[in-house]
Design a protein around this ligand. Sequence first.
Ligand code: ADP
Length: 503
Amino acid sequence: MQDRQAIIGIDIGTTSTKSVAFDTGGIVLGSFAVEYPLLQDQPGWAEQDPDVIVAAVVESVRGALERSELHDKDIAGVGISSAMHSLIAVDEGGRPLTRSITWADGRSEMETRRIRDQLGGLEVYRRTGTPIHPMSPLPKLLWLREHRPEVWGNAAKFVSIKEYLLHQLFGEWVVDHSIASATGLLALDTLDWDEQALEIAGIGKDRLSALQSGTYRLQGMSANYAERMGLLPNTPFFLGSSDGALANLGVGAIDAGEMAVTIGTSAAVRMMTEQPLTDAQHRTFCYNVVDSTYIIGGATNNGGIVLQWMRESLFAGQKTVQELLDAAERVSPGAEGLLFLPFLTGERAPIYNSEARGTFFGASLNHRQEHFVRAGLEGVMLAILSVAETLKDLAGPAREVRASGGFAKSPLWLQMLANMLGQEILVPRVTEASALGAAVLAMQGLGTIQDWREVKQWTPIVKRIEPNAQSVEIYRELFSIYGKLSSQLPEHFAAMAKFQRMH
Ligand code: ADP
């Protein structure tokens, strides 16, 4: 084919990197994913080899070109999305001194506590928007300083996986405001590094990359990488943003007050705002998206994984997901008095308790398997509602809710979400949300669109679900019981965690 113009969105995720070629109307022409492992050498650690990820990016771009039958000259530009919170120490020559320490790495638990309790962490959170949590680079830097003095001494810079990649390709140390805002080191209102956070980390700005907007252009790629990817060396790259922020763009939740609920294995609720908003109780995150747009939100650990767990444990894998959903549908809202707190893998927002565990409450002789499934599904929605409520406290009610992720395949689950939130749910047509978001920022950088908000036209609504007034009432009551139970259990979760460690 001749004279086709395409934009590639690269989505660097935790388990794989996917490159997606889009035409200038946001339609997917082809995509290619390359997986890589999460290295867990020690309990609680979760690292990746940065060079393996760079190789995956190269292979995925080449694969996307082949799948879409595009040539190097067809590619007008490339935008990048990447997972937040990764940290790599590099030497003067840009070589890694550590692996990429990911968001899932929990080694800096002690440092996190120290920052929170002794070093004014909550004040830092209010300015940076990044919860004081082991996921964030801030406590990881303290860990490196104390546990790896030789790395600390030799490290010229501390960077994320996206910065590492771009330095390999272009020889430039540069970071977008969104990825920078997820380090715990960036002040959201000035979009500059935060003095107090840097002081806690014990580094100066010289050990961090230059800050730029997500539409910043890099050009003049090393010939070697260009050839391996199958691109022309002068193909422009654009910094892009973080996967969480771009996921909102890619589902069309882009204006203030528009909320995206994404439920895959885990789940997240995010709302766009026009100014930074943080929570006095430290329950939510706030990150930059691009320019003066922000997202506030919370991630929960327990989304579709709850359904997977029920299928494998309660039903020994004997039933399909659809059979479980059908069984749950035969039970009325509230599962006849059975309630589930879905904290199978501990919980992040809004309770941030790694010792929390799944809890069925109210079981009686009349409850059958299908009641447990229904309560399990409702439990996930209760957890989603508890995050949505904290966002409402901060930014007011959501004007619009857009749902996506594996759960959106289920009409039952979507209806439950509408009933739980008490408002209409919109299901947009979504194909590779974060990659699309990255491609859209590249399009703005290229000038093929004026404003990234034009992405909305490429995420048309394919389904609308209205809440059922009666169920909304029932869930309101159930949520009140859920809230009381969750607030009373931490002491008992701790006792159970201790019991488990001892026996
Ligand atoms: P990931 O987070 O791994 O990208 P997905 O967005 O693909 O995940 O969602 C996977 C989850 O979706 C699974 O945990 C599963 O419980 C749930 N799921 C899969 N099929 C269905 C279905 N038909 N209806 C509702 N949920 C489903």
